[in-house]
Write a protein that binds this ligand. Structure first.
Ligand code: C2E
Ligand code: CA
Ligand code: CA
Length: 715
C-alpha cells in the first residue's frame, strides 16, 4: 500500500499556499487537503520563493497582503525567474481592491483573483483547471524539448552521413539534400534546393517527364525503387557511379527520400579486377581470355558492317633455347621487349595478346585486302628478328606467323584462331621466319594428322611395332658387320608402314620417347641372341631421333638395357643425324662424351645432307660416317656426287672413322665403292630390312656372285 501511495504522491502536482496568518493557512489546509495535489503551506513571501526553487510547483495561491514582501512582490520575482515565469498564480485577498491594484496584480502575472470570503468549491474548480493547464503546458514544453533534441540528432545524422540523402517532392523537385549529396555533386546544399532531381541523372537515361518515370511510378505504388548502376552528373559535368535507393516517405509528406551511395571506389576495384582477368601480367598485353573477348566483340561488330579482318598467330623461334640457357628472368625480359616491339608495329585499334609462353596473337581490324595482313606479318617478323641485347648478352630470335582471314577462314573465334595456329605451324615447317595464310588443305592435313596421332597412340598401347634388321657388309670380304634396326608399324588395315610417315609425328608429340625405350630393349635383346650365332663382333645400329638425342636420360636408358642383357657396349652403335647434333652444340658434346664413356659406337647418319661442317668432326669423337643414300644412287651419273662420296671416304680414312655407304642397290655401285676404298655397305643389293627369323638365317659372309636376297623389296 505504501508503495502505491508514494506513487500517487510523486505524480501529483504541488499546490503552494502562501499566507502570513496561521489561521488562514489552517483553514486553507483543511479546505484543500484532500485534492489531487500535494499541498505546501508557507507563511511568507521568502518561504514561498524558497519552496518554488526547491519544488516543481504547479500553482500558487498567494495572499496579497503580507508584511515585508507582499503578494505582488512575490509574483514579480517569480516572473523574473525562467523556472517560475509561467507558474500560474491565484491572488487571494480579504479586501476589495481598486481597479488599479487588480490591474497591477494581473500585470505581475496573476491569472486570477479571489476575494474572501469565497466559495470553496469554486476555488477547488479553479485550482483543478489551472493545475490541468499547467500540466499540459509543462508536457508541451517537454515535448518541444524532445522534438528539438530529435531534430538536432537527425540533423547531425544527416549532416554526417556518408551517403547522399535527398528528399524529392511528388513534383520531382529536391526539397532537401544533405552535405554528402552536395559533395557528391560538387556543389552547395543550397544549389540543389528546388532543382529537378532528374536533371542530375545520367544513367539510366530518362527521356520522359517526371510523372512517367520509374521513380514516380514506384513511389505511387508505395514501393522502394533500387538502382544498382546509376550515374549522377556533377555540377562540373563529371559523372559519379552510384547505387540509388528511393523510398516513399509517410503519405502526408508527398515526398520520397533518395539515398545515393558513391560507388566510385567499388567500380574502380571492379574494373581493375576485370582488366586483370584479361591482361597478361608480364607484358601488359591482353591474355588469351582478353583476346577471345576482343575477337568476339570484333566479330559481332563486323558482322553488321561487312568489313574484313585477320587473325595473326605468331610464335617465336628459338625462344625456348634462350629461356633454358639464360634463365627465366632474361626470358621474361625478352618477352616484354617483343611485346613492345609488336605493339609498336600495329595500328592503335588492332588488338595484341600473349596467349601462351612465346605465342602472340594479333587481331587486325578493318582491312582492305588480305595482302595488308601479309605486309603486317612481314613487319612483325622483321621487328622480332633483330639482335636483342639483354643484360649485355646478345640473342637472336625469329618468328613464324600464321594468318587467318575473316570471313574466308572461319566465322567464329575458335575456328579463326585454330586456322591461324595451323597456318603458323605450316610456316614453321616451311623453315621458320615466314608467314603463311591458312588454306583449306591445311585443314584437311591437320585433320588427318590428328587421326594419325590417335592411331599412333593406340598402336603404342597395342605393341603394333616391330624392328626389322638390315645387314651391313664389309665390301672387300663380304663378311657381315652387323645390322641396322629399322622400325616398322604393322597397321591392322594399312599393312606395314615405313617410319618416314610417322617418325616426324612421333617426334612432335614426343611419343618417340615411349617407343624409344622399347626400341632399345628389343634391339639389344635381339643383338644378344644374334651374337650367339655371329659372335661378339656383331654390331647392332639403333637410330636415335633428334628428340631422343636431346633427352638427358638417354645414356642411363642405354646403360640399363646393356646391363640387363649383358651386352658389351661396343656391340651397340647409335646413329645420330647431323641436325640432331647441331641443335645445341654444348649439350651434344656432353651427350656424346657420356655415350663414349659408356662405350657404345657413334655413327653420323645421312652424312653429307646436313651441315657437313668439318668443324664439328673435330669437336666430336665419332666412330662411323654413313654416306647418305642420295649420293650413292646418283654417284655413277653425277661426277659431283661421285666427288662428294670419294671425299667422304677419304675424310673417314684420315680421321680413322669407319665409312658405310647406304642404299647400295647395284653391283656397279658396289664395284665403284670397292674401287674407292669404301669399307662397308648396306642396301637392297644385299638385303632390305629383315624379320628376326630372316636375319638369323642370314649368312655370316656373303658371296658377291651369289647374293641371297638381291632384289628390291616390293612396297
Ligand atoms: P635411315 O636411318 O637413313 O635408314 C635407312 C633407310 O633407307 C631405311 O628406310 C631403309 O629401309 C632404306 N634403305 C636401305 N637400303 C636401301 C636401298 O638400297 N634403297 C633404298 N631406296 N632405300 C634403302 P626406313 O626403314 O623407311 O627408315 C627411314 C628412316 O626412318 C631412317 O632413315 C631413320 O631415320 C628412321 N628410322 C627408322 N627406324 C627408326 C628407329 O627405330 N628409330 C628412329 N628414331 N628412327 C628410325
Ligand atoms: Ca639410320
Ligand atoms: Ca641414313
Amino acid at each position: 500500500m505504501a508503495h502505491v501511495q508514494l506513487k500517487v504522491v510523486s505524480n501529483a502536482q504541488v499546490l503552494l499556499v502562501v499566507d502570513d496568518r496561521p489561521e488562514n493557512l489552517e483553514a486553507m489546509e483543511a479546505l484543500l487537503d484532500d485534492g489531487d495535489w500535494q499541498l505546501r503551506c508557507v507563511d511568507s513571501g521568502e518561504a514561498a520563493l524558497q519552496c518554488l526553487l526547491e519544488e516543481d510547483v504547479g500553482l500558487v495561491l498567494l495572499d496579497v497582503q503580507m508584511p515585508f514582501m507582499d503578494g505582488f512582490e512575490v509574483a514579480r520575482l517569480m516572473r523574473g525567474n525562467p523556472l517560475t515565469r509561467y507558474t500560474p498564480i491565484i491572488f487571494i485577498s480579504a479586501i476589495a481592491h481598486t481597479q488599479d491594484s487588480v490591474l497591477k496584480g494581473y500585470a505581475t502575472g496573476a491569472v486570477d483573483f479571489m476575494l474572501k470570503p469565497f466559495d470553496p468549491s469554486v476555488l477547488r474548480h479553479k485550482i483543478q483547471a489551472l493545475l490541468e493547464r499547467e500540466r499540459n503546458r509543462s508536457e508541451l514544453l517537454q515535448l518541444t524539448q524532445q522534438l528539438d533534441t530529435a531534430r538536432a540528432f537527425n540533423a547531425s545524422v544527416l549532416d554526417n552521413a556518408a551517403e547522399g540523402i535527398m528528399v524529392v517532392g511528388e513534383d520531382g523537385r529536391i526539397s532537401f539534400a544533405n552535405p554528402a549529396m552536395a559533395r557528391m555533386l560538387e556543389c552547395q546544399v543550397s544549389d540543389l534546393q528546388g532543382k529537378e532531381m532528374l536533371s542530375y541523372l545520367v544513367t539510366p537515361h530518362v527521356v520522359c517527364e517526371w510523372r512517367m518515370s520509374e521513380f514516380y511510378r514506384q513511389w505511387r505504388r508505395g514501393e522502394t525503387y533500387r538502382l544498382h548502376d546509376a550515374y549522377l552528373r556533377t555540377i562540373s559535368g563529371g559523372e559519379v557511379p552510384v547505387a540509388l535507393s528511393c523510398s516513399p516517405l509517410p503519405r502526408l509528406q508527398h515526398a520520397m527520400v533518395i539515398m545515393a551511395l558513391d560507388m566510385s571506389v567499388v567500380r574502380h576495384l571492379h574494373r581493375q579486377l576485370e582488366s586483370q582477368a584479361i591482361t597478361d601480367s608480364l607484358t601488359g598485353l591482353l591474355n588469351r581470355r582478353g583476346f577471345y573477348q576482343a575477337l568476339e566483340s570484333a566479330l559481332s561488330r563486323i558482322d553488321r558492317c561487312g568489313h574484313r579482318m585477320a587473325v595473326l598467330y605468331l610464335d617465336l623461334d628459338g625462344f625456348k633455347r634462350i629461356n633454358d640457357s639464360l634463365g627465366h628472368d632474361v626470358g621474361d625480359l625478352l618477352l616484354k621487349r617483343v611485346g613492345e616491339q609488336l605493339k609498336a608495329s600495329l595500328r592503335s585499334y588492332d588488338s595484341l595478346a600473349r596467349i601462351g609462353g612465346d605465342e602472340f596473337t594479333a587481331l587486325l581490324d578493318s582491312l582492305d585486302h588480305p595482302e595488308d595482313a601479309a605486309r603486317i606479318a612481314e613487319k612483325l617478323i622483321e621487328q622480332v628478328s633483330v639482335r636483342h641485347t639483354l643484360d649485355g648478352i646478345d640473342v637472336t630470335l625469329g618468328a613464324s606467323v600464321g594468318i587467318a582471314c575473316f570471313p574466308e577462314c572461319g566465322q567464329s573465334v575458335e575456328t579463326l584462331l585454330r586456322a591461324a595456329d595451323m597456318a603458323m605451324y605450316e610456316a614453321k615447317r616451311a623453315g621458320r621466319q615466314q608467314y603463311r595464310f591458312f588454306s583449306p588443305e591445311m585443314n584437311g592435313r591437320a585433320r588427318s594428322r590428328l587421326m594419325l596421332e590417335e592411331s599412333l597412340r593406340s598402336a603404342i598401347e597395342n605393341d603394333d611395332f616391330i624392328l626389322v634388321y638390315q645387314p651391313q657388309i664389309h665390301l672387300e670380304s663380304g663378311r657381315l658387320r652387323g645390322f641396322e634396326a629399322l622400325l616398322r608399324w604393322q597397321h591392322r588395315v594399312a599393312g606395314t608402314i615405313a617410319p618416314g610417315v610417322f617418325i616426324p609425328l612421333l617426334e612432335e608429340t614426343r611419343l618417340i620417347n615411349r617407343l624409344g625405350s622399347w626400341i632399345f630393349r628389343a634391339g639389344v635383346e635381339q643383338c644378344r641372341q644374334m651374337s650367339r650365332r655371329y659372335g661378339n663382333e656383331l654390331v647392332i645400329s639403333l637410330n636415335v631421333s633428334p628428340v631422343q638425342f636431346g633427352m638427358p636420360q638417354l645414356v642411363d636408358d642405354l646403360r640399363w638395357v646393356l646391363d640387363e642383357h649383358q651386352l658389351t657396349p661396343q656391340q651397340l652403335e647409335v646413329e645420330v643425324t647431323e641436325s640432331a647434333l647441331m641443335q645445341n652444340l654444348e649439350t651434344s658434346q656432353e651427350q656424346l662424351r657420356q655415350l663414349r664413356q659408356l662405350g657404345v659406337k657413334i655413327a653420323i647418319d645421312d652424312f653429307g645432307t646436313g651441315y657437313s661442317s668439318l668443324a664439328y668432326l673435330r669437336h666430336f669423337e665419332l666412330d662411323t660416317l654413313k654416306i647418305d643414300r642420295l649420293f650413292i644412287s646418283s654417284m655413277l651419273e653425277s661426277p659431283r656426287d661421285a666427288a662428294v662420296v670419294s671425299t667422304i671416304i677419304d675424310l673417314g680414312r684420315h680421321l680413322g672413322l669407319e665409312v658405310i655407304a647406304e642404299g647400295v642397290e647395284t653391283m656397279a655401285q658396289r664395284d665403284w665403292l670397292v674401287q674407292h676404298d669404301c669399307a662397308i655397305m648396306q642396301g637392297f643389293l644385299v638385303a632390305p630390312g629383315l624379320s628376326v627369323e630372316q636375319a638369323m638365317a642370314f649368312p655370316a659372309q656373303v658371296d658377291w656372285h651369289n647374293l641371297p636376297l638381291n632384289e628390291k623389296p616390293v612396297g
